[in-house]
Design a protein. Structure first.
Length: 255
């Protein structure tokens, strides 16, 4: 049986990655490559597509080499359109992820999940968030995110980025306290303070006992954690400074 740390199964993750990666490419084709990306200030659509393509090539390196790949960055060849650079990476990564048993061991940057399933999940959310960015740049209207994928993305943002990456970066909060999250039938607690950041899935009752509580639709909580929607898109109760601290810490972890 596949081992899953998230809230959806690996088959769903792979299927969704394929759909989202294709959609991202189509959205990028539909607008001017120089269109600014409002949800990623300083980027154009071309720069967004280059970034995602580079991440895909890096992931292929992790999978194929069994370690952090060298060279770390792969850029488009001279004269190669960024759309072609992205499309080639997408095609190869889709095939590579499909060919690997998600339960099999793999080199990853998270010790809690040293499996190929980690890459299915990470690449789905890398793509989904940037698909929303591309739609914003293209003026495609309000983006939709399926509830199950959004809830899984909340879990990843909290357990992987808040609970793990901040620690590896040596970044922690300035105020001690906990923030509870409720969405999509799941609950979490994120704890921060000087020298500590951690997050875990919990019962609704445990989350309700936190110093601050964040609730909302799965898509809104997911995109808020990734800094893609304003704070008004979620509901916060309790100590608002603690929920703001959690949001600010995630901006550092996910940049």
């Amino acid at each position: 049986m596949s081992r899953e740390l998230g809230t959806v199964d690996h088959g769903r993750l792979l299927e969704a990655f394929s759909v989202e990666a294709q959609l991202l490419g189509e959205v990028a084709h539909s607008a001017s490559p120089d269109s600014p990306v409002p949800t990623a200030p300083g980027w154009t659509l071309t720069e967004l597509l280059r970034h995602v393509g580079t991440v895909y090539w890096q992931t292929l390196g992790w999978i194929r080499e069994g370690r952090r790949p060298e060279p770390w960055r792969r850029e488009p060849l001279p004269g190669q359109p960024v759309t072609d650079f992205y499309a080639a990476a997408r095609t190869e990564l889709d095939a590579e992820l499909a060919a690997r048993d998600p339960a099999a061991r793999a080199a990853t940057w998270w010790s809690a999940d040293p499996t190929h399933g980690f890459w299915r999940r990470r690449m789905l959310h890398e793509t989904l968030v940037h698909r929303v960015d591309a739609e914003n740049a293209a003026g495609a209207g309000e983006s939709t995110v399926p509830d199950d994928l959004a809830a899984d993305g909340v879990d990843e943002a909290l357990t992987l980025y808040f609970g793990h990456k901040l620690t590896t970066m040596g970044i922690s909060g300035t105020r001690n306290g906990t923030v509870g999250f409720h969405t999509g039938g799941h609950s979490w607690i994120a704890r921060a303070g000087p020298g500590e950041t951690e997050a875990w899935r919990c019962s609704p009752r445990e989350a309700d006992a936190a110093d601050a509580i964040v609730t909302g639709s799965p898509a809104n909580v997911y995109l808020w954690l990734w800094g893609r929607v304003p704070v008004t898109m979620v509901h916060t109760d309790g100590d608002h400074e603690l929920s703001a601290q959690a949001w600010a810490l995630l901006r550092l972890a996910t940049r």
